[in-house]
Design a protein around this ligand. Structure first.
Ligand code: FEO
Ligand code: CA
Ligand code: CA
Ligand code: CA
Length: 592
């Protein structure tokens, strides 16, 4: 049944030993060089990074925090000169700002934020667009690149598409319902065939505080999305993040953002046609007939897998026309049947239950409350959909489902209750057509340690104790159709940490090998191969972070004695999220 006929293994490299320590490790024969660290200057006039005196103005000219998605837009088709685009998902205040943490009786307290701290946090969010070049086999940042740009939670954006201008998107600062300030929690993302940068807004609920006015019409909507969660204190200084003052503002977040990287002054567009939910990523592929298909995960327990199919066709010779593709098309949600078939149900106003009877007056309502629309259509609740990677050659699509320990009832596509380690679903679109509205699916692998019978993992027997993984999160299908998976949530408890795994999908069962692992406390993000497969960019996110599981490994502030000061290992530098470039010593294809 497999469309791919592989002879022999897809990967031959010496696996990294699983484990945890203060630094990163890459397979023997490869170099992993730090390319960009939090605070690194991006412009000729950027101030040097001083962690003890950080200002919002400096941060807005420097590389942001918690690098997540990494994309590469070649210049003149080159694999050695291009624009790197990087999402900055969120901030770890306790690791960023000196002296704000106290520990008493084992309880960690973070001091309340002041205006400067909030504004630094906002400037450390968003994205970076930066020119990079490979000279003598090593990558470097082109600091005076004419298109270098920072996007932050303070960057003006435009809402476009069917929901733009709707009353539910209007605020006291914006009577048009089309002008938004900023983007938040940009997790994974994508790059389009026409060279734009896609930033997906994921956990936007955390940025809002306050209480909705009594009986407000958005109450049920916000409850479905967990708004407001109040993880940040931005609303104390910026009223738009306080729902008691700006009740409609949360409707202006949770979208997919498209950025034209060719013009550093372009206004990023929030493309409402792609729905409003906790968008993990937006990987995309051109279907046979030229329509463009975006695969979209909604990362929450029991939420859904979506895809958006453009109405128009991609035209390689008309960039301007392509810039409007994301405003018109059909959003679908996945329903996985027990018999291995599936359908993509369309979220279209007026069809099926998506009518006034259920509170939908227009397509804008369907998009603003995408989750409710998908609930009504009978979509399949999944174990936290993360990145989704289409393989342009085979018509197959890999869906990362990271975990769901709240699952009490299994279904065929989510076969384990109390799913601690996640799994990967492989979709075969009908006829290999990415725009199809039906397909078949199977489980590529149930993740976890195959040596522990109760876990029920299904890696092949060739997978070693170093090669198994859990919590699949980001993924990449490279130009050779090879699958790479980045994990989020493995911990010292498991005797290992997050990493990048090469997954051989050619046999009956997936074989996985550990290629790279991150320092303690970190999460592996990216990964991104250049078109020639000679470089992999990877993002090391939240190194040194110590959640409850990290007793003895991470400490809560860099004024404490952190267990890692990666990547600088200097007493006067905090631990810093960074993007690395992995290359093969002597050159050549990664992983081969
Ligand atoms: Fe930002 Fe779904 O991880
Ligand atoms: Ca995750
Ligand atoms: Ca993630
Ligand atoms: Ca993350």
């Amino acid at each position: 049944e497999k469309a791919k006929a592989q002879s022999g293994p897809q990967f031959s490299f010496t696996e990294v030993e699983a484990g945890v320590d203060e630094t990163h490790h890459v397979a023997e024969g490869y170099d992993a060089d730090v390319l960009l660290r939090w605070g690194d200057p991006l412009f000729a006039d950027s101030p040097e990074f001083d962690p003890t005196k950080q200002t919002p103005e400096a941060q807005a000219r420097q590389f942001g925090y918690n690098n997540d998605y990494v994309g590469y837009i070649p210049i003149d088709g080159s694999s050695e000169h291009g624009m790197l685009v990087v999402n900055h998902e969120y901030t770890n205040e306790h690791l960023m700002f000196p002296g704000i943490v106290t520990v008493a009786d084992g309880k960690v307290e973070v001091a309340p934020a002041d205006r400067n701290r909030v504004d630094v946090e906002m400037a450390a969010h968003g994205g970076t667009i930066v020119e990079i070049r490979k000279d003598g086999g090593k990558w470097r940042v082109v600091r005076d690149g004419a298109r270098n740009r920072r996007i932050t939670s303070d960057t003006e954006m435009e809402l476009t598409g069917p929901a733009a201008g709707h009353d539910r998107l209007k605020t006291s600062a914006d009577a048009t319902g089309k002008k938004v300030i900023g983007t938040v929690n940009n997790c994974a993302g994508g790059v389009t065939p026409w060279g734009t940068y896609i930033m997906a807004e994921e956990n936007f609920h955390g940025y809002f505080m306050g209480e909705l006015p009594e009986g407000h019409r958005e109450a049920a909507n916000y409850e479905r999305y967990g708004v407001p969660e109040g993880s940040y204190e931005w609303g104390n200084f910026h009223e738009r993040f306080d729902v008691s003052k700006e009740p409609n503002e949360p409707n202006r977040f949770g979208w997919v953002v498209e950025v034209d990287v060719d013009d550093p002054n372009s206004v990023p567009k929030k493309r409402t046609a792609l729905g409003r939910f906790k968008h993990e990523g937006a990987d995309n592929v051109v279907a046979r007939d030229g329509r463009v298909v975006f695969y979209l995960g909604d990362d929450e327990r029991f939420d859904y897998v979506y895809k958006f199919v453009t109405a128009g066709r991609y035209d390689p010779d008309d960039r301007a026309a392509n810039m409007a593709l994301l405003d018109d098309g059909t959003l679908h949600v996945a329903r996985f049947e027990e018999d291995g078939t599936m359908s993509w149900l369309s979220l279209t106003f007026g069809e099926g239950p998506l009518t006034a009877e259920n509170g939908f007056e227009s397509q804008a309502d369907v998009l603003i409350e995408t989750r409710k629309a998908a609930d009504l259509l009978g979509a399949t609740p999944m174990d936290r959909p993360e990145d989704i990677g289409p393989d342009g050659e085979t018509g197959r699509v890999y869906v990362m489902l990271t975990n769901n320990t709240k699952r009490k009832e299994a279904n065929a596509a989510n076969p384990r209750v109390d799913n601690a380690f996640g799994h990967i679903v492989e979709i075969a679109e009908e006829g290999g057509d990415f725009a199809a509205t039906s397909g078949r699916w199977e489980i590529l692998v149930k993740c976890g340690d195959p040596s522990v019978a109760e876990v029920g993992a299904t890696f092949s027997t060739e997978t070693t104790k170093n090669g198994w993984f859990g919590m699949p999160d980001n993924c990449a299908v490279d130009a050779d159709g090879r699958l790479w998976v980045a994990t989020d949530g493995l911990s010292p408890e498991h005797g290992r940490t997050d990493g990048l795994f090469a997954v051989d999908t050619s046999g009956d069962q997936a074989t996985s090998k550990l290629f790279f692992r991150v320092p303690v406390g970190a999460e592996m993000c990216g990964p991104l191969p250049t078109p020639d497969l000679a470089t992999f960019f990877v993002a090391v996110q939240h190194p040194g972070d110590g959640g409850d599981d990290w007793e003895g490994f991470g400490r809560p502030s860099y004024y404490e004695d952190l267990s890692t000061r990666w990547p600088d290992f200097r007493d006067d530098m905090p631990v810093r999220p960074s993007v690395l470039a992995i290359t093969r010593q002597g050159g050549g294809k990664i992983g081969a």
